[in-house]
Design a protein around this ligand. Structure first.
Ligand SMILES: [Zn+2]
Length: 334
């Protein structure tokens, strides 16, 4: 993954300079490959004979074998579960892992995917580990761009940004990645191109899109969105595909469209070509601040999502907020 190389090289420079932090905060867009990056770093950190100049693990020691099998006991990953939040008992487990002795390697690595999904209690519990880190543990925190991490957490980590590749580089990777798929499940170049557009060039996300049913559900969601705006569907019917894709993806879609609305209003190019016609119509009939109002409403839903809102109701709420942008048909006065 060539676009990860820059960030990797910067990190290797810090490490060879003896400045490996005990806690690293890796930030990047959704689906850009943060988790792969963290896994690679963990593999390097536990390897017995790493090639630090090349920035790669030896690939043959016992540690590397365990990493390859995905069963290394000194690498732990903490990720939000159904609640979409990292729970305090997960952080407690992390804390005892951090102070315990490594089982087979010289050091332990704890990955928090994602640090922007820690609630206040979990974050407070994590602070103690960040403030008094054991010498033999490295914490790798992953953060999605645009999703806040509490300043108390951020200030105790070294930051590293992973940039999003351009279209050409992302497409090169995606085409190579889908080559190994079976004939009947391999996406067409057109589908790859569409997925990259929807994923704003985040390659891992585009891969998820072309190998899952997201694009089908998303097409249905867009069609329902259009028909709802024209008053042809009830809000309940319109919200159905948004519910099917889950709150996170639904908010991601709405956010993309609201972002496009703001871009069009500012004279820029929309990212989602298929929604462009409708969004241009809305942009022509509304002041630019309406797009930002929508973005605010979406961010509100996202923070509410933390407390387990009903995805269908939330999608309905946002659809209604969008519908307010439709020009009112004037009734002839009686
Ligand atoms: Zn090794």
């Amino acid at each position: 993954m060539a676009w990860l190389q820059d960030s990797w090289d910067r990190l290797m420079q810090r490490m060879t300079g003896g400045r490996l932090p005990h806690a690293l905060l890796v930030t990047g867009e959704h689906g850009v490959g943060k988790r792969l990056f963290a896994n690679a770093l963990a593999g390097l950190l536990v390897c017995e004979r790493p090639d630090m100049d090349g920035g790669s693990p030896c690939g043959s020691c016992k540690q590397c074998e365990l990493v390859a099998a995905g069963t290394h006991p000194d690498i732990r990953i903490y990720t939000p579960e159904k609640s979409r939040m990292i729970r305090i008992d997960q952080i407690r487990a992390l804390s005892s892992f951090a102070v315990g002795s490594p089982q087979v390697a010289a050091r332990k690595v704890a990955i928090i995917d994602r640090a922007d999904q820690l609630n206040i209690n979990s974050a407070n519990a994590l602070l103690k580990t960040l403030e008094e880190p054991a010498d033999d543990v490295t914490l790798v925190l992953l953060q999605e761009s645009g999703r806040p991490v509490l300043p108390t957490i951020r200030s105790r980590c070294q930051s590293l940004l992973i940039g999003t590749p351009g279209r050409e580089q992302a497409a090169q990777w995606l085409v190579a990645a889908v080559k190994d798929l079976d004939d009947d499940s391999r996406p067409t170049p057109e589908q790859c191109e569409k997925a990259l557009g929807l994923a704003a060039n985040a390659p891992r996300l585009a891969f998820e899109y072309v190998t899952g049913d997201f694009i089908t559900v998303r097409d249905e969601a867009l069609e329902n969105f259009r028909r709802f705006m024209k008053g042809q569907l009830s809000v309940g019917e319109a919200a159905r595909p948004f519910k099917a894709m889950g709150l996170e993806s639904a908010l991601w879609l709405f956010e993309g469209w609201a972002g496009d609305l703001a871009r069009i209003a500012a004279g820029g190019q929309p990212r989602d070509g298929e929604a462009a016609e409708m969004l241009t119509f809305l942009a022509n009939h509304n002041p630019a601040w309406r797009a930002h109002e929508l973005l605010d409403a979406i961010h509100e839903s996202r923070s509410a999502g933390v407390y387990n809102v009903n995805p269908e109701l939330e999608a309905g709420r946002l659809l209604i907020a969008w519908q307010k942008l439709m020009p009112v048909r004037r009734q002839t006065a009686g």
